[in-house]
Design a protein around this ligand. Structure first.
Ligand code: 7RM
Length: 635
């Protein structure tokens, strides 16, 4: 039996039990057998959730890029590591082998050193989805610099806030980026941001769109000539297990974004282990995660997890709608993608286009379909299963967070029987707990509460950059001795978990606790509905009542809104009960989304409660314009 690769349900239960009973010897064995260490650890795990302090593999020494690149060279040197698919389908895809990746990362690492970057320095990476993004991430890791990737769709203000918070010495960017039919002036955004960042000494600029751009003398440098001159050998910096690997910002419901700090060894072990199992990756598979490396999903499951397993990982520069809505399927066919990992918001947008476009493509290479980022509603789950998976590829609805570093609750494909809208079972080593409002753990099955994790796992974020107190308050103060996720969940009669949404989305109507996800599921079953979001608003009698924002499919037909309202409430009554009927329904042109595709309910809640003068920070919104429209038409 291999603990590293789970192949049967019985094996899952057996390994799971072992990982819970003897977590240290379990993870020690995984670490020992599957990674390259310069020195082994003195202790596997030290932890105290009350401080909170967590360390894994203390005393060990390693470099993560040796694990992701160097050690594969003898057996996989010519294998494609990164398969780059450009924005425009006519531009040829680039196959970067492990040999070539080794050289490009080392050259880049030498450039960083030459520009004065040392172990522990923070480097902000504001680069679109081109190979230089993955390469610069790995180059930082090669020399022990802490990367802070900022999604290249963020504004100058958002970028400046993040650069200043972690005091970055350098920014890596490109002249611009391609996104569908648009080009974006990234360097212009960096210039604007840097007006308020005195910490940045150097800006390295990759060429992508070949526009004339302003280069500030002494600060801005083109990458290509520096890379050309640099040696392609760079000895890896030998890191301590708990040295920071990267900072990644995640927005809280209030205040400054939180710079989550991930460290080296535990993060490596857990992302590699979960990648292997959650996607059942086999040696010659082609794996594609559609996320941007600017999000944790891209860090863990485009870069580190796949490369640590010697996998071929696709990086796609473009968007699902360009040049048309068949693009994802075109890429699956062209590169014979075996594992495909995307977000519910993308699935819904594609489902809205109907199935005709899919018919043109051969999707038979697909073996595993993944979903991440939001609860996947039932309608979207079935659409994905029937039209993309042809009912043959299991859907892994994987729940996790920036803070958790890796997948926490998810089916293992071909191992765990799936159930629509359920993330199903905890991953190996993960100990979830559901808590009631009084801080008691809800034991047994068929319970619903707040989702906590009661024991550390290797890739838990260790702190918030510069603010350990906030880390403690946000994650370790709501419940004694437990990590609080901020999500609500239920456990069904067989122990499967369903994530019901952020806990601040739980709405109490006349004393009934209602999760938003099941109500949205019911609404989305209506054939005219594309997407919906439910929030609560104050109500004299019920305490809270439900307000629904509903986007209709654009079929060209005009719909009678009163009839629709009746039909939708009937659906909710049928699926959940009259208690969950909506008091107000507003039909919208779109829903406010964060740049990572999550519906921003906080704003919708304010609008429903008539508090539109205090909308809070909207800088992470992708589509600011829908907000005014929703305000103007609010009920
Ligand atoms: C990976 C990622 C984290 C939040 C998390 C949840 C929600 C993510 C699922 C999900 C239901 C899922 N990191 N979430 N995955 N909800 N089912 N499969 O998205 O830091 O950006 O977001 O996303 O609310 O707390 S994240």
């Amino acid at each position: 039996m291999s603990n590293y690769h789970i192949k049967h349900l019985e094996e899952y239960y057996q390994v799971y039990r072992k990982s819970i009973r003897e977590p240290e010897s379990f993870w020690e064995e995984i670490a020992e057998e599957h990674f390259l260490w310069r020195k082994k650890w003195d202790s596997v795990l030290d932890w105290d959730f009350s401080k909170p302090e967590i360390s894994w593999f203390k005393g060990a020494k390693l470099n993560i890029t040796e694990n992701c690149i160097d050690r594969h060279l003898t057996t996989r040197g010519d294998k494609t590591a990164i398969l780059f698919e450009p924005n425009h389908p006519d531009e040829v895809a680039e196959h970067i082998s492990y040999n070539e990746l080794y050289k490009r990362v080392n050259k880049f690492a030498n450039v960083l050193k030459e520009q004065g970057i040392k172990k522990g320095d923070r480097v902000c990476i504001y680069v679109p989805m081109i190979p230089e993004l993955a390469i610069s991430v790995l180059a930082c890791a090669r020399i022990g610099a802490i990367h802070s990737v900022v999604f290249a769709g963020f504004s100058a203000t958002a970028l400046a806030t993040r650069i200043n918070d972690s005091d970055c010495k350098m920014v890596i960017t490109s002249d611009g980026s391609f996104r569908g039919s648009k080009t974006i002036d990234l360097k212009g955004i960096v210039d604007e941001a840097l007006e308020s960042c005195s910490c940045v000494e150097t800006v390295l600029v990759a060429k992508r769109i070949n526009t004339e751009i302003y280069m500030k003398a002494g600060r801005d440098k083109w990458l290509a000539p520096l890379l050309e001159k640099a040696s392609d050998v760079c000895a890896p910096e030998i890191m301590n297990a708990e040295d920071p690997l990267f900072i990644l910002y995640t927005s809280g419901s209030t205040g400054m974004p939180k710079g989550m700090v991930h460290t080296t060894a535990g993060y490596m072990v857990y992302t590699a282990y979960t990648f292997k199992n959650a996607f059942q990756y086999k040696e010659n598979d082609v794996y594609w995660c559609t996320a941007d490396i600017g999000w944790i999903t891209g860090h863990s499951y485009i870069v580190y997890g796949p490369l640590a397993n010697g996998a071929t990982t696709v990086m796609f520069e473009g968007v699902p709608s360009y040049p048309d809505y068949g693009r994802f399927w075109d890429i699956v066919q062209k590169h014979k993608v075996n594992q495909f990992y995307t977000a519910p918001t993308a699935i819904r947008a594609l489902a809205k286009q109907g199935t005709d476009v899919i018919e043109h493509y051969d999707l038979s290479s697909l073996k595993v379909l993944g979903s991440v980022g939001e609860p996947i509603n039932e309608e979207a789950w079935h659409w994905y299963n029937e039209n993309i998976g042809k009912k043959k590829s299991p859907i892994i609805d994987s729940w996790w967070q920036t803070e958790t570093g890796g997948i926490m609750i998810s089916p293992i494909p071909y191992v765990t029987p799936t159930k629509p809208t359920y993330a199903t079972l905890p991953f190996i080593g993960i100990q979830p707990a559901l808590m009631d409002e009084n801080g008691n753990e809800l034991k047994g099955n068929q319970v619903e509460g707040r989702l906590c994790i009661k024991f550390p796992w290797p890739s838990i974020a260790r702190t918030i950059w510069g603010n350990h107190q906030r880390y403690k308050e946000t994650y370790f103060s709501a419940f004694d001795n437990k990590y609080f996720t901020g999500d609500g969940a239920l456990r069904d009669e067989v122990g499967y978990y369903r994530i019901t949404g952020r806990v601040d989305d739980v709405i109490i109507v006349s004393g009934h606790n209602l999760g938003t996800a099941p109500i949205e599921d019911a609404i989305n079953e209506h054939p005219a509905v594309a997407e919906s979001a439910i929030v609560g608003f104050p109500h004299d009698i019920k305490g809270s009542a439900l307000y629904g924002y509903i986007t209709l499919k654009d079929t060209g037909e005009t719909r009678n809104h009163d009839n629709l309202r009746t039909e939708i409430n009937q659906l909710i009554t049928d699926r959940i009960g009259p208690i969950a009927k909506l008091d107000k329904m507003q039909f919208t042109n779109g829903l406010p989304k964060t740049r990572s595709g999550k519906i921003m309910r906080r704003i919708l809640r304010k609008i429903a409660s008539n508090e539109t003068d205090s909308l809070g920070d909207t800088s992470t919104l992708l589509n600011q314009e829908v907000v005014q429209d929703i305000i103007d038409n609010a009920l």
